[in-house]
Structure formats: structure tokens, C-alpha cells
Design a protein around this ligand. Sequence first.
Ligand code: NAD
Ligand code: MG
Length: 398
Amino acid sequence: MSVRRVAILGSTGSIGVNTLDVIRAHPDRFKVVALTAAKQVDVLADQCAEFHPAIAVVADAAGAARLTKLLLDRKINTEVLYGPQALVSAVTQSDCDTVMAAIVGAAGLVPALAAAKAGKRVLLANKEALVMSGDLFMQAMKVGGGELLPIDSEHNAIFQCLPSRFSKDLNPSLGVEELWLTASGGPFRNTPLEQLASITPEQACAHPNWVMGRKISVDSATMMNKGLEVIEAFWLFGLPLEKIKVLIHPQSLVHSMVRYRDGSVLAQLGQPDMRTPIAYGLAWPERIDAGVAPLSLTQLASLSFAEPELERFPCLSLAFAAAYAGGTAPTVLNAANEIAVAAFLEEGLPYLQIPVVVEKVLNSIASVNAKSLEIILDVDARARQSAQEVVRDALCKH
Ligand code: NAD
Ligand code: MG
């Protein structure tokens, strides 16, 4: 068995820490060669002390100076780099064969694309990267010749429920009729609509089933997360949008399903624990112990499914609209959402203003063909600026 050499983009986040947890249990299979974080220098220093990567990356020079000192004090021989370009170096210069793309948001796009182009096995958690650049990213994977394994639990489930020879070109003969993405409905699935106006960041981040980073937790509450996942599924599996459905499933045990022409529906079940899809991606096509408790079906009260209420989750409708519009509309959707969620978390933007900001920005920037990274990054920057202005207006009125 050859040892996989792993770079983790975003190693201090929720996915990053879970990835290291799986790797820790399999020192014979995995070697960590690069770790990156934005600001959590102390956590990164501890990770370097334990896993001895060749390269560690932080966001800025001050962080790099602090990390260098912490590593020197502990006699750890890891090269410290900083800044966005260093994230690309972590992928291209670390001698890795596997990249966990687990930076949150658009910041993860460029290094994830670099991993795709370089032919790495890409474990994709950073859905925003694919939402922004779907066509470009899938082409980069093809040209690079590496393997793309979805880590998002729904897409990982669908990947597991598809035939191993699945490819976009074979779609018709494989008889895949629909993909059913499940969604818990988040913490406000049953909250009276009139109470949504006063939701706080703490309430929004208290997900009933999953422990995740703050941004994706808010996205789960608004169901923008599921909207981003519909776009993610569209690019990963190449089915028309009409065939991608969303089902509310509050127990979060069925992670998604594939409905076939012959009447079969295949589902993947498991605990709501990201170490399962992470272990699957790391060891594919083998399976390894993920440290996850076994699922007991006899201890479950029930599994239930329902249609999402669109009135409660306007972000889901906005994401479908952007998906159907195509081109750079998903990039605009994602950028506006990132700004609105950050303003909700840090500046007191009311919860119900998140979809309002996203809709205004979507309506103000025309979609163009997303054919190059330059175009995508330019649209992303313009959408962010526009969203900042809309947020400022909303905060003034509030
Ligand atoms: P998180 O906020 O916990 O961690 C994010 C990581 O990215 C951290 O290591 C942080 O230092 C780094 N980072 C943030 N901004 C950065 C920047 N500008 N430059 C460089 N690094 C930066 O997020 P998370 O919950 O681990 O999610 C990571 C990604 O995985 C997201 O795209 C999310 O949608 C996706 N995902 C997460 C889960 C989950 O259970 N947490 C499930 C499915 C998909
Ligand atoms: Mg998911």
C-alpha cells in the first residue's frame, strides 16, 4: 500500500480538523505534507507539531512571523509561507498527491483550481469554488487527469449511489432519473415565520444535527447551503437541473439518494459525521475506519421526508434562479451571500435581510459567460462591492 501525501487547505476549520482526525488514526496510510489556515496560528502550530508538514501557510506576514517563532521554539522544521499565492504553492510545491479543499468561500477557489490542474486527487469540501467556476473547474479536472471526490455529505452519498463507471457521457444508458438532495431544514424548520426577524447569529449557528463552521451553519439555516449544493450537484454529476430535487429530512441520516429508471432508489445512510465522507474520499476506492459510531436502525424513531417550504427559505429559490440563469449568476449569488452572511454574523444585519441583499445584487449584475478565471474573479469582486453597498443601506435603515 502506497502512502498518500495529503495537503489540507483550511486545516484549522471544521472539515480540516475532522480530516486530521481520520489521518491520525491511519499513520501507515497518510502523510500530511502541507497545512494552511487564515488566522488561527496557535492551532496551526499545534497541528504542525503533531503532523510535521513540509509547508504551512497563513494569511499574512504577521501571522507567518508568529508561526515561525512558535515552530522554532518547538524545533519544528516546517517552512512557513503566507498569502493567497502561497496556498497555490502548498498544493503545487509540497509533493502532495491528495488535496483536501476545505477553505470556506471564494478564497478557496484559486488553490482548488490549482489542485485540479495539477492532476491531484481533489477532495472537494469547498462547494463555493465549484459554484463559482463549475465549467472551468470540471475542465481543469479533466485536463489535469486527477480524481475528484465530493466531500459534501450529500454529493458523497450520491457518488456512492452511482455506478462506479458513472460519467456524464454515459448518463442516458445508466438510467439515472433524479438526484434527491436531503436537507435537515436547519434550526428554523418549524420556527413561526414572524419570529425569523429577530434571529441572532448564535441561534442560526446552532444546527440541530451537524457541528460546522459559522458560515455554512448560517447557510444551512437559510437553506442557501442546499441551493449551493444543487449547483454543485449539477456540475459534479452533469444532470439537468430539472432532475435535481431537494427533500427536507430532519433526521440527517439519509445523506442523499439516486432514483433510477427501473424504480430503484439508492440511498446512503450514516451518522451525521463528516469523518465518513472524508474517510471515503481519502481511502477511495477502499474503505477505512472513520472513527464514526455505527448507525443503529432499530434505535431510530423514524425517517421522514417533506417538500421544502419556499416561503420560509427564499434563498433556495434564489439559488435555483441563479442556477437556471447560468453563466456568472451563481458567482454573483455566492459573493452576495458571503457578504450578507458576514454582515449578519459580524455587523448586525437582520437575518431576513440576507435573501434581500442577495436578490438585489443578483438583479443588478447581468450574467455573462463564465469562460475564464479572470471573468469569474472580476464578477466576484463587483458582486461583493455591490453587496457591501446594499448591506450599508440596509444597516442605515435598520
Ligand atoms: P470553517 O470556517 O470551520 O473553516 C474554514 C477554514 O478555511 C479554516 O481553516 C480557515 O482558517 C480557512 N480560511 C478561511 N478564510 C480563509 C482565507 N481567506 N484564506 C485562506 N484560508 C481561509 O469552515 P468549514 O465548516 O470547515 O467549511 C469548509 C468548507 O467545507 C466550506 O466550503 C463548507 O461549505 C464546506 N463543507 C463543510 C461541512 C462541515 O461539516 N463543516 C460540510 C460540507 C461542506
Ligand atoms: Mg452538505
